[in-house]
Design a protein around this ligand. Sequence first.
Ligand SMILES: [Ca+2]
Ligand SMILES: [Ca+2]
Ligand SMILES: [Ca+2]
Length: 228
Amino acid sequence: MSQKFLFLLISVVLSSWLLTACGGAAPAQSVQAANNGGSQATVAASGPDTDGDSIPDRAEATLGTDPNNNDTDGDGQNDLADAQPMLAENPIKEASTTVGFTITSILVENNVNPTGGDAPDHLELTLSSQSTTDLTDFDVYYTIKDLTTNDTQAYYRPLPGFSLKPGESKALHFDNTGQPDHFSVNPHSMFYTDPNQLQVEATLHAKGFAPQTASVKKDASDAETGTD
Ligand SMILES: [Ca+2]
Ligand SMILES: [Ca+2]
Ligand SMILES: [Ca+2]
């Protein structure tokens, strides 16, 4: 674990503990756990930990990690053990040079809600099959780069259930709506929290076929919560 991340982790967990020790309101889940016979001191100090990675949800918000994923960047290392939990190496190694599909569009939607207010954006790619067989076993590696500071985050994840039939064209979405062909993202990633102009680059891969890469710029805007 890097010293910088370790210091931040200790700071936020300690702050969480001090808040509780000094009379701050314990989260409802902590109270319920204590009432069920759990150790109130331990449970209340840590607070809810939805993904079970030993980092409380409210600490994950401070750290920028995903409270619903114990391996935010998908590199196989748990958030607590990962020196750089939002910076995965690209694990996609594909020997095939056969083009099975192309990326026909990559979009960053600057969404608004029905009343015109800001709503969490999402990333959308459209894939078009060039194959005579079904394409399955997709995975994605994508990077988010701040074009002002050059800070970068990188994520990897398999895309279970996503497939393309011969001749088919289909959209692939990255957000937390939970709809079919929508795949979850870190709600605290730079995509939502960084107001500077960003460059997003995505490499899509289907097992046995050449990876395809596309990129898009996300305009500078107000930071969002990315909670939907
Ligand atoms: Ca957690
Ligand atoms: Ca996590
Ligand atoms: Ca990790």
